[in-house]
Design a protein around this ligand. Structure first.
Ligand code: TXA
Ligand code: MG
Length: 318
């Protein structure tokens, strides 16, 4: 066993926080069954306690041990999509502390696909509660460096597993109601889920009443104001923006964008997987340039484009 993993295990056992890579974004982890340890996550993030956490497990077996009821559909989804960027909301057993679930009788569960996350979970030998390792409302971290710059010494250990492959958070599906409900579009495209979930209800378009608590209208936000550009709309800075130092964040394919101080493409070819993987790091880079405004191009509404647009829309709200 690597020394670092042994240290991580000890820290988690002592109720400390360990940041770790997943295939989606970096997580800020604590022993999911220790309410005091979980409280530290909320303190470090500055996160309100009405925002429940996702519990990570090393296997479907370990995950489902936290659920009071496991529908057949959950088993089928787990078999097909775990390890991977899919979170299932099920009814919880009482061993899961109320703080993890914000007092709800349901718990969000996932088995991450990153080898280092799985190694950590196996070494620790229990479930780990982890939100994305960013301060509340800010841009999610897709590298260990992002986590360090956000938390400094506040986190005992940051495991470095390189850049995250998927780059947007997991897709969340609730299986606790009459029909399955999509609570957050994410790294598992809904087109892949639909064959299993023909009756999947899509999220309401009313951002003031999120289905998933904590899915607040403003989130993933850079400090620089960010505004959205419809796909295919003219990208000439409007009169409102003239004279300002502007940054362009395009999904791609790349083309000439005149009038902008800085231009970034999430994917030069417009490939949505690549665009998702680059989204948060690019947003951070643009945010560090001291621009007056970032103009972000919306993605096409399919595949990972749904997750990208969900994050962009929230990033644009103040
Ligand atoms: O990819 C991911 O899911 C990443 C990595 C670290 O695994 N985690 C992540 O966690 O995105 P976080 O805390 O940033 O977002 C978790 C969201 C909450 O904001 C909430 O909307 C939803 O999951 N959630 C958690 N528990 C829930 C529950 N019992 N019912 C409904 N939604 C829940
Ligand atoms: Mg988050």
């Amino acid at each position: 066993m690597l020394d670092e993993m042994r240290v991580a295990k000890q820290l988690l056992e002592q109720g400390q926080l360990v940041a770790f890579p997943t295939e989606t974004v970096y997580g800020l982890g604590a022993n999911a069954l220790d309410a005091q340890a979980v409280l530290r996550i909320f303190e470090a993030k500055g996160r309100p306690q009405f925002d429940p956490l996702i519990v990570h497990a090393d296997s479907a077996e370990q995950a489902f041990a936290l659920a009071s009821e496991v529908p057949e559909l959950a088993k089928r989804l787990a078999e097909r999509f775990w390890p991977g960027p899919l979170t299932l909301v099920l009814s919880k057993r009482s061993i899961v502390p109320d703080l993890v679930t914000s007092g709800m009788q349901t718990v969000a569960l996932r088995v991450p696909a990153h080898p280092m996350a799985l190694e950590l979970l196996r070494t620790f030998g229990g479930p780990i509660a982890a939100p994305s390792a960013n301060k509340f409302g800010r841009i999610s971290p897709t590298s260990a460096e992002h986590v360090r710059s956000e938390f400094g010494n506040e986190v005992a250990l940051v495991l470095d597993g390189g850049p995250c492959r998927t780059g947007v958070e997991s897709t969340i599906v609730a299986l606790t109601g009459k029909h399955p409900v999509l609570l957050r579009p994410g790294g598992t495209p809904i087109e892949l889920l639909q064959p299993f979930l023909p009756r999947l209800e899509l999220p309401t378009s009313d951002p003031q009443h999120p289905l998933a608590p904590g899915q607040l209208p403003s989130h993933y936000a850079p400090r620089t104001p960010l505004i959205l550009a419809e796909r295919g709309s003219p990208v000439d800075p409007s009169s409102k923006l003239s004279g300002k130092r502007l940054g362009w964040m395009g999904v791609g394919p790349a083309r000439s964008i005149p009038g902008y101080a800085h231009v970034e493409w999430l994917s030069h070819t417009g490939e949505l997987r690549q665009a998702a993987a680059n989204l948060f790091a690019t947003m951070r880079r643009l945010d560090a340039l001291g621009l007056d405004c970032i103009v972000a191009e919306l993605a096409p509404e399919h595949g990972l484009g749904l997750a990208i647009n969900d994050r962009l829309i929230r990033a644009s709200r103040k």
